[in-house]
Write a protein that binds this ligand. Structure first.
Ligand code: NAD
Ligand code: UDX
Length: 443
């Protein structure tokens, strides 16, 4: 089939590349010429495991191309995915300007039947707005062209985006157009594996499903983070509690890890947007508002532990920081807890040496002009002379480090672990003072 992906970010690029992998002819459009230049030079603008290989293979096979030419891109696809950003507005609601601009650019140019797919995470009712924007553009130029707007939210996780797209748990399609539904079924048939994973529902329910999924996952995390804080007070170990409750299949093990707070481009903004939607509709979401508040607090827990140990004034203190990205296997720094921690420590006068396997460049760009932080290119290089090591992202290479080196290089054998990577008893045996999240029993 002929597919156009509008927006070549995490979602648009992965969607385009993975659909090309199944034999579709895909054109990826972006308004950012730098991104398209990188892609046309055979590279990718983001760190996403496995993506470069899929992109290169499909470009070589002539099934995947990149352009900034809107005419060409709209002409190309019968199915057009809108995968542009939906960042938070000042009041927390999703900013639809990019989605609606993409819709208008389609309406201004289309000359034959198109299925327009809302892939971006958008509030309930957005498909109606997209449909209306296209209708307005068609009317403006007196064109009468049939089209359908469907919702197909994306559930991929960064760092595992290709795997998630190729092997989805479910494929949600919100559609009230029979032809469009059949085309979406055909497009996604190769992703079903042994079992029909595609669920067709009305458009509003599909749009809502995406927010409900992210809100549920964020709730689990904030819930565990809050229990972790209490566990510290009670002398219980949240890791043991996690295993104890996760073994109940009604609860399950996933997304129960207490940590330094959730970040990323989705949970924070989607939770905010859903809270806002509730408020606008006279249905305040009390649980979700608390999820957000708990997360804001959680992002400060690690720096609070530092000040509890060293005092409020950190002038003259130096800390090693491992992990900048909001999660492992990505260079995405959006809403990363590390930014809050860095800001707090620098504000209190500390200096920092920071290391991340792939996100340092992006962190440097975001923190340009901030004094007191240097970026190093090996984990060990962050350690010498530091008063303590702070771990903020659970990259695999931090899981079994050389603890002798850590002890030898740090000024004090002291670790603040925002991702609970180590066993407190082991740390105690090694003579390392260890502060995890919710693991009071071991300190
Ligand atoms: P992104 O910021 O990485 O990429 C968006 C891209 O769209 C940018 O490259 C931008 O230049 C481009 N763009 C903006 N307006 C355009 C236009 N009119 N025409 C063409 N290109 C345009 O965003 P993302 O992380 O891929 O997220 C996109 C959407 O998908 C958001 O709604 C997000 O909530 C949702 N989503 C993201 C993830 C994720 O893990 N990142 C997962 C699921 C859903
Ligand atoms: C999330 C959703 O998982 C995905 O389905 C959706 O499409 C986009 O948003 P992503 O933001 O890429 O994906 O990463 P995810 O693995 O969900 O992690 C989000 C944040 O939660 C990270 O900061 C991570 O560290 C944190 N997290 C995750 C925890 O603190 N504890 C956990 O148990 C799991």
């Amino acid at each position: 089939m002929k597919v156009t992906a509008i927006g070549t970010g995490y979602v648009g690029l992965v969607t385009g590349a993975c659909l090309a992998e199944m034999g579709n002819h895909v054109m990826c459009l972006d308004v950012n010429p730098d991104k398209i230049a990188v892609l046309n030079a055979g590279e990718i603008p983001i760190h996403e495991p496995g993506l470069l290989e899929v992109v290169r293979r499909n470009v070589a096979a002539g099934r995947l191309q990149f352009t900034t030419d809107v005419d060409q891109a709209v002409q190309h696809g019968t199915i057009l995915f809108i995968g542009v950003g939906t960042p938070p507005d000042e009041d927390g609601s999703a900013d639809l300007q990019y989605v609606l601009a993409a819709a208008r650019s389609i309406g201004q140019r289309m000359t034959d039947y198109k299925v327009i797919v809302d892939k971006s995470t958008v509030p309930v009712g957005t498909a109606d707005k997209v449909r209306a924007a296209i209708a307005e553009e068609l009317a403006r130029r007196g064109a009468d062209v049939a089209y359908a707007v469907v919702s197909n939210p994306e559930f991929l996780k960064e760092g595992a985006a290709v795997e998630d797209f190729m092997r989805p748990d479910r494929i949600i399609v919100g559609s009230d157009d029979e032809q469009a539904t059949l085309m979406m079924r055909a497009l996604y048939a190769p992703f079903n594996r042994n079992n029909d994973r595609l669920m067709v529902m009305d458009v509003r329910s599909a749009e809502f499903t995406k927010y409900a999924a992210n809100a549920m996952l964020a709730t689990r995390i904030s819930f565990m983070n809050e229990l972790a804080l209490l566990a510290e007070k009670l002398g219980a170990d949240i890791e043991l509690v996690r295993r104890g409750i996760g073994s109940d299949p009604r609860i399950g093990y996933q997304f129960l890890y207490a940590g330094a707070g959730y970040g990323g481009s989705c949970f924070p903004k989607d939770v905010k947007a859903l809270v806002r939607t509730g408020h606008e509709n006279g249905q305040d979401l009390l649980v979700l508002a608390a999820v957000e508040a708990a997360n804001e607090r959680q992002k400060r827990v690690l720096s609070d532990k530092v000040t509890a140990r060293f005092g409020q004034d950190l002038a003259g203190r130096h800390f090693a920081l491992w992990g900048l990205a909001f999660k492992p296997n990505t260079d995405d720094m959006r809403e990363a807890p590390s930014l809050v921690i860095i800001d707090e420590l620098l504000r209190r006068g500390a200096t920092l040496s920071a290391y991340d396997p792939v996100a340092s460049q992006e962190a440097q760009r975001l923190l340009a002009g901030r004094q007191g932080i240097v970026f190093v290119d090996r984990a060990e290089a962050a350690l010498p002379g530091a008063d303590a090591l702070l771990i903020v992202t659970e990259w695999k290479e931090f899981r079994t480090p050389d603890f002798d080196t850590i002890k030898a290089q740090l000024k004090n054998p002291l670790i603040f672990d925002g991702r609970n990577l180590y066993e407190p008893a082991l740390m105690k045996g090694l003579g390392i003072e260890y502060h995890g999240i919710g693991r009071a029993a071991a300190v």
